[in-house]
Design a binder for this molecule. Structure first.
Ligand SMILES: Nc1ncnc2c1ncn2[C@@H]1O[C@H](COP(=O)(O)OP(=O)(O)OP(=O)(O)O)[C@@H](O)[C@H]1O
Length: 263
């Protein structure tokens, strides 16, 4: 992989140290450390309400830290301005706004930060078409976003993030509400991004089809990191950390199967 200016291999792309944050009066992040290095694919896992979305929203500057330190691409957050290097796909949003827009128009919006004065040149248009093809939406480019399925919406939102050719891609539960066929398309899109050297931070509910891509898992519980290391073993649905489960075919007094990461 060719490293880009200011991006040495192994340099932390995200460095969050002792981060605390509150939403309203509720402490949600209680001193978390999270490091993502160049080229890594890191999954942020944890039970509902453990602080995963808040952690990624803190990384993209949407939630202020009350304590701790954040740097992006080696630059202290307060001085960081290079947002075009980062693609962010938030949780549960829709590409449809009620305003009639085509799939291509929505995806093109993700390229604007790379352009001068919002004018898309040939290279920008080519990047938009590449992003559409990556998520297999090229043939729907002229369709209205108001007419898409939930899985197609998610593909469009990911294409919008990819159109900016980000070095760091942050996605909050990209597979939520996406059927298996759409999950496969998204997994393929992500695979090619990772092969091209993109650094990825993903909030996931379960590892699913993305599992082979993941280098490291960070597990949150109650706003604290309880695991930072290899992803939990492939247990299908049971890869969800903290998921306790007795198999229907196991003895009724069998111990629950634990991944052990949250316990
Ligand atoms: N605007 C808000 N005001 C107060 N509390 C909030 C707000 N948004 C979220 N919270 C609370 O903060 C905690 C962490 O929320 P967060 O969305 O970061 O968790 P999560 O791990 O991403 O959960 P999920 O898997 O359900 O998306 C939760 O207990 C949530 O109820």
């Amino acid at each position: 992989m060719e490293s880009k200016p200011g991006q040495a291999l192994d340099q932390p792309v995200i460095s969050l140290r002792g981060a605390t944050a509150s939403l309203g009066s509720r402490p949600v992040l209680r001193g978390i450390d999270l490091t993502v290095r160049s080229g890594e694919v890191v999954a942020l896992l944890g039970a509902n309400g453990s602080g995963k979305s808040t952690a990624v929203r803190a990384v993209v500057g949407q939630v202020p830290l009350s304590d701790g330190a954040l740097s992006l691409f080696g630059t202290d957050f307060k001085r960081f301005r290079d947002w075009s290097r980062i693609g962010y796909v938030p949780q549960r949003t829709t590409a449809a706004s009620g305003v009639p827009a085509t799939v291509r128009e929505v995806v093109s919006a993700g390229r604007l930060a790379r352009t001068r004065f919002g004018f898309l040149r040939k290279a920008d248009k080519a990047a938009v078409e590449r992003a559409l093809d990556l998520v297999d939406m090229g043939s729907h480019a002229d369709a209205s976003v108001n007419a898409l399925s939930g899985g197609q919406h998610q593909r469009v939102l990911i294409a919008r993030a990819l159109a900016g050719e980000p070095e760091l891609l942050i996605m909050d539960e990209p597979m939520a509400g996406v059927d298996l066929a759409n999950q496969e398309v998204l997994a393929n899109a992500l695979r090619s991004q990772v092969a091209a050297g993109t650094t990825v931070l993903l909030v996931l509910h379960e590892l699913g089809p993305l599992e082979p891509l993941i280098d490291r898992a960070v597990v949150l519980r109650d706003g604290c990191v309880t695991h930072d290391g290899p992803p939990p073993e492939a247990l299908g649905q049971h890869a969800l950390p903290g998921h306790d489960h007795v198999h229907p075919h196991s003895a009724h007094d069998a111990e629950p199967l634990r991944t052990g990461l949250l316990s």
